[in-house]
Design a protein around this ligand. Structure first.
Ligand SMILES: NC(=O)C1=CN([C@@H]2O[C@H](COP(=O)(O)OP(=O)(O)OC[C@H]3O[C@@H](n4cnc5c(N)ncnc54)[C@H](OP(=O)(O)O)[C@@H]3O)[C@@H](O)[C@H]2O)[C@@H](O)CC1
Ligand SMILES: Nc1ncnc2c1ncn2[C@@H]1O[C@H](COP(=O)(O)OP(=O)(O)O)[C@@H](O)[C@H]1O
Length: 511
């Protein structure tokens, strides 16, 4: 069994939640799961709304049942609650309504007028109107209630997900509830991970309903690695390491006007532990740091064609600012069958089929749309599906970049959260390419490098964001890569110490 610290967080679609509910029902456990969800919701309400009258809104399905259970627990804790509910045919929701009445809490009928009055008398609202059973668009009667809640300006805790969000989609239709906190059950939902839908969720707290972990894993659309899993992927270096054992990375990029892209990738590779980094370009690449080796060629393609197999590097990244010759260049180096990161201008639909298992393709949503022959909005509406489609088309591993990034590999989809909104600035993708190539050069597989590299890049962005806020530049992130590495490794403080790890961080610099 996977130890708790290595257990990934799952991402569930509405169909996945229904499948889990069906298993719970067959096992006679659905009532207990609703009780657990409502109790956890009450704990979160106590934490976020510690004082004042709480207004709980219960819809007609199981989401409403969760709110009724939460109301009972809050009442037992001595909190003043007002409960307004829609009529329900759901057996457990009806049962929990009877239980609530049995402990002395009245349940009012939910409509616009009583909601308006109750909102004036309360200090916080619990949204248990609709969860994963919602099918857009929101019907007008419920839309009116949602508008009243939003217009009240009261803080809202949403149960499972804000009413009006389609759990499986990042898109928004109509006006969903604007929550300040969402307590979600069993697993994350795409709508809580990806904007614009996620902008309505506020702070998200995931509650484990204490089901057998394999049930949620069997239904997972994607998983999010635990911090300890990422920590264990980062290379461990023995004290006698030297530059020849830390991998030689080639960066192939740069074109007049965009040479900085190649320089950033090279610098990021050095700061991610590459032993040697050479930048190959036809343009004069700035020597951003003297440790970088720069090779300027009259003809990049000819120079690469003449490279003997023995002098090819352990890993490459190709495409950053490379311009029109990116496609031919990428095709040529892909034939070398070396671990390769493809970015920016090398992300061409015509390269589908030219890749191999040790490739990492790193499109942002605009590049992903070009590769798939679709619109950017199709990609951002369902990034998990888009990443899967790209991986099937291109092979290897695909990182669909963003906040969060979605990693598609032949063995499944992973979601890499973290990072900082200040990372929405030029050169951040070039930096990621350098990080990934350095990890490939140190012996990680494409899947491992994608997972560890996106986490390292995101952590460095968080650290740099603490200093620079939204005015973050790619060089700020590169400078934090060393600290980020350390902080990720420390996240796995319970790991058995591999030989050499004890001094691998402090003594990480090759002599
Ligand atoms: N394993 C877990 O994670 C567990 C999850 N649990 C909880 O179960 C929740 C899912 O419950 P659910 O399936 O009963 O659906 P739910 O969200 O309450 O909505 C159903 C109602 O919505 C209505 N409706 C639909 N579309 C609409 C529209 N456009 N506009 C207006 N109304 C619309 C629809 O009406 P109908 O179409 O039937 O007329 C129906 O009455 C989940 O989110 C979590 O909170 C826990 O209790 C236990 C373990
Ligand atoms: N809001 C954000 N939160 C977290 N990471 C972000 C955010 N915005 C951008 N990033 C990260 O920054 C990088 C941007 O890549 P890209 O758009 O290719 O930049 P460029 O082409 O300028 O180098 C990606 O790795 C992405 O995940």
């Amino acid at each position: 069994m996977t130890p708790e610290r290595l257990r990934p967080e799952v991402v569930l679609s509405p169909a996945g939640v229904r499948a889990i509910d069906a298993r719970l029902e067959r096992a006679g456990l659905l009532d207990l799961a609703m009780e657990e969800a409502g109790r956890a919701a009450a704990d979160a309400i106590q934490l976020f709304f510690p004082v004042g009258q709480v207004l709980l809104l219960a819809g007609s399905g199981a989401n409403g049942g969760d709110a009724l259970v939460a109301a009972r627990h809050l009442h037992a804790l001595g909190r003043a609650v007002t409960v307004l509910a829609l009529p329900s045919q759901h057996p457990l929701t009806r049962l929990n309504r009877r239980r609530l009445k049995a402990v002395g809490v009245e349940v009012g009928r939910l409509s616009a007028a009583p909601l308006h009055r109750a909102l004036r008398a309360s200090q916080g609202v619990v949204d248990g109107l609709l969860g994963t059973g919602f099918r857009p668009p929101l019907r007008p009667a419920l839309q009116e209630l949602v508008r009243l809640v939003n217009a009240s300006g009261q803080p809202v805790i949403a149960l499972d997900l804000p009413t009006g969000l389609d759990a499986g989609s990042a898109a928004v239709t109509g006006e969903p509830v604007q929550a300040s906190v969402t307590v979600t059950f069993s697993g994350m939902k795409p709508a809580l991970l990806y904007g614009p839908a996620a902008h309505h969720a506020g702070q998200v707290q995931l509650v484990d309903l204490r089901l057998p972990p394999s049930w949620a894993l069997a239904e997972a659309l994607a998983t999010r690695p635990a911090a300890a899993e990422v920590a264990r992927l980062l290379p461990v270096r023995f004290a006698d390491a030297h530059k020849g054992t830390a991998g030689h990375v080639w960066v192939i990029g740069g074109h007049p006007g965009t040479v900085g892209a190649a320089a950033l990738a090279g610098w990021a590779a050095l700061r991610s532990g590459a032993g040697l980094v050479t930048v190959h370009s036809e343009a004069p690449v700035p020597l951003v740091t003297p440790e970088l080796m720069i090779r300027q060629h009259v003809s990049l393609l000819e120079a690469l064609r003449d490279t003997a197999p023995a002098s090819r590097p352990q890993a490459l990244c190709v495409g950053m600012g490379l311009g029109p010759q990116a496609e031919d260049t990428a095709r040529l180096v892909l034939a070398w069958q070396r671990p390769t990161v493809l970015d920016a201008d090398a992300l061409q639909p015509s390269l589908a089929g030219a890749g191999h298992a040790q490739c990492i393709w790193t499109p942002h949503p605009g590049e992903a749309a070009r590769l798939l022959g679709t619109d950017t909005t199709d990609v951002t509406r369902d990034p998990i599906q888009a990443a899967r489609a790209l991986q099937e088309r291109l092979g290897g591993v695909v990182i669909l970049k963003g906040g969060p990034s979605t990693i598609a590999a032949p063995d499944g989809i992973r979601v890499s959260r973290g990072g900082h909104p200040g990372m929405a600035s030029a050169g951040m993708g070039d930096t990621l390419s350098g990080v990934l190539a350095a990890l490939l050069g140190q012996g990680l597989s494409a899947g491992e490098a994608a997972l560890a590299g996106t986490a390292l890049h995101a952590r460095a962005g968080e650290l740099a964001g603490q200093q620079h806020g939204y005015g973050l530049s790619a060089t700020d992130v590169i400078e934090q890569l060393g600290r980020a590495w350390q902080s990720l490794v420390l996240a796995d403080n319970t790991a058995p110490t591999p030989k050499g790890r004890h001094n691998s961080i402090e003594g990480n610099v090759t002599k």
